[in-house]
Design a protein around this ligand. Structure first.
Ligand code: DX5
Ligand code: ZN
Length: 229
């Protein structure tokens, strides 16, 4: 996985048909997804429950691109090896999930994965200043985590400040929450390169009718690329 700052669209399978993940993953990849974003929720760090390592291992068999696993769980450290075994390429933990994010990021890399750190909307960019050498991705949450389909919170100032802080380091800036063709240009212009989108990718389509997924992915990509051209 070589580093590139080109725009990448990462559909969140939180908006997929939960009875048909295999075909949903194949459909979004066939329709142009760059990464597959997997939202793990524990009903404790966030007020919703999704899936754990055995489900993520099952998704892995269908993911041909990059499996980007976003942990919204606390604690994180006891589960890192299980998500490595499940085949996560990138494992992202929330900075708010515990007092030892530095150790967590070391452990994620130690288990052979790329390490991501996610920031809730209220967490300032400075929180990652001493983590940049341990981090492959900073995820800026533009909704409060827990649910798909929420409205975008405009944090472009935070994205811009992070982009300046990161400089030439090979660190992705990922935006998660409320990304649409309308909001994608704002964050792309501010320096984000990975755009997670759940409802805006899956709306209007289905595994039997995947063409809308492609239209939606292209619309987000086109809007984002237009803002940095
Ligand atoms: C929210 C999740 C997101 C979510 C995005 O807690 O981390 O990945 O699925 O959904 P949309 O794009 O619908 O806001
Ligand atoms: Zn997510």
């Amino acid at each position: 996985m070589s580093f590139s700052r080109s725009i990448k669209i990462a559909p969140s399978i939180l908006s997929a048909d939960f009875a048909d993940f295999g075909r949903e993953i194949q459909a979004i990849e066939d329709q142009g997804a760059d990464w597959v974003h997997v939202d793990v929720m524990d009903g404790h760090f966030v007020p919703n429950l999704t899936f754990g390592p055995p489900a993520v291992a099952a998704f892995r068999k269908h993911v041909k691109t990059v499996m980007d696993v976003h942990l919204m769980i606390a604690p994180v450290d006891p589960y890192i090896d299980a998500f490595a075994q499940a085949g996560a390429d990138i494992l992202t933990a929330h900075i708010e999930a515990g007092p030892h994010i530095h150790r967590t990021l070391q452990a994620i890399r130690g288990a052979g994965m790329k390490a991501g750190v996610a920031l809730n909307p209220a967490t300032p960019e400075d929180a990652v200043a001493h983590l940049l050498d341990l981090t492959d991705l900073v995820c800026v949450m533009t909704v409060n985590p827990g649910f798909g389909g929420q409205s975008f919170i405009d944090l472009t100032g935070k994205v811009r400040a992070l982009r300046a802080m990161i400089g030439d380091r090979p660190i992705h800036i990922e935006i998660d929450g409320g990304v649409t063709p309308q909001t994608a240009p704002l964050v792309a212009a501010a320096g984000a390169d990975v755009l997670v989108a759940g409802s805006a990718v899956f709306k209007g389509g289905a595994v039997e009718n995947p063409a809308p997924y492609g239209d939606n992915i292209r619309a987000i990509r086109h809007a984002a690329e237009g803002a940095i051209a």
